[in-house]
Design a protein around this ligand. Structure first.
Ligand SMILES: [Zn+2]
Ligand SMILES: [Zn+2]
Length: 257
């Protein structure tokens, strides 16, 4: 399995999961043209996407969804609550039921419920032979189901949204600070470190995702996770940029910048 991030932050998120014959986009939070260009750069021509999976309806995850569907007429997978919020007409929809596995070509997806202020939001386990990816952005706390998925993962993508100090002393109004730090908001760097601590020794790599541009810095997120977790460990940890490719191949276990 190859994983490609097209960019990840509070402003936009999109990830491609692919094998030789399957290509699934998880979230479409950039402009349709940007997403189409990224897919073309990955060798995926129009109408070659197998499916688009949407974790929840916040704009940083769906900004380009309806536009992209005019170039990629593929099914959209989401929970019932998310599909209701998306209001997609004349598109093939596939309902993701929480905790159930669904197969798209070579890839299997399990929807894991997460606490976040949206309609039935999910994180994911994404599996193919020998690979089990834990994918968790946009969640306020690490539930039992999330912890179990992290324990099994061979690769993990985890939100490191904010530095607590920067959030507390930053420009956001008090209600928004409370929302972000709440159990239905976003994970801090400390919580991302705690999430990574749960992963087992089979973990090959970690991506830190969905950083806030106002309330975090890549070097703070990386230092927090590294110092708390792996002081003597050479596990590859990458902070995803807000825009720009990062790739991971679970066969040869390396991030290509
Ligand atoms: Zn988000
Ligand atoms: Zn969200």
């Amino acid at each position: 399995m190859e994983i490609v991030s097209f960019g990840s932050s509070s402003r936009g998120n999109a990830f491609l999961f692919r094998t030789a014959r399957t290509a699934v986009l998880v979230d479409a939070g950039f402009s349709p043209r940007f997403l189409r260009d990224c897919l073309l750069q990955c060798g995926i021509a129009d109408h070659e996407l197998s499916a688009i999976l949407v974790t929840h309806e916040h704009v940083d995850h769906i900004r380009g969804l309806s536009g992209l569907l005019s170039w990629h007429s593929c099914p959209v997978l989401a929970t019932t609550g998310t599909l209701r919020a998306l209001q997609l007409d004349s598109v093939k929809r596939i309902v993701l039921r929480q905790e159930e596995w669904i197969e798209i070509g070579d890839l299997a997806f399990q929807a894991i419920p997460v606490p976040h202020d949206a309609n039935e939001p999910i994180g994911l386990r994404i599996a193919t032979s020998g690979a089990d990816v834990a994918f968790f952005t946009d969640l306020g706390t690490l539930t039992l189901e999330v912890r179990e998925a992290l324990q099994r993962a061979t690769f993990a993508i985890v939100e490191a949204n904010h530095d607590r100090h920067l959030l507390e002393h930053g420009p956001y109004p008090p209600w928004l600070k409370r929302r972000i730090a709440s159990r239905h908001g976003h994970l801090s760097n400390d919580e991302a470190a705690a999430a990574a601590c749960l992963c087992g020794s089979q973990l090959q790599g970690l991506w830190l995702a969905h950083l806030s541009e106002e309330n975090n810095r890549p070097e703070l997120a990386l230092a927090c996770v590294r110092s708390r977790l792996f002081p003597h460990h050479d596990l590859p940890v990458t902070v995803l940029p807000a825009r720009g490719f990062r790739r991971w191949s679970l066969e040869n276990a390396a991030t290509v910048e």
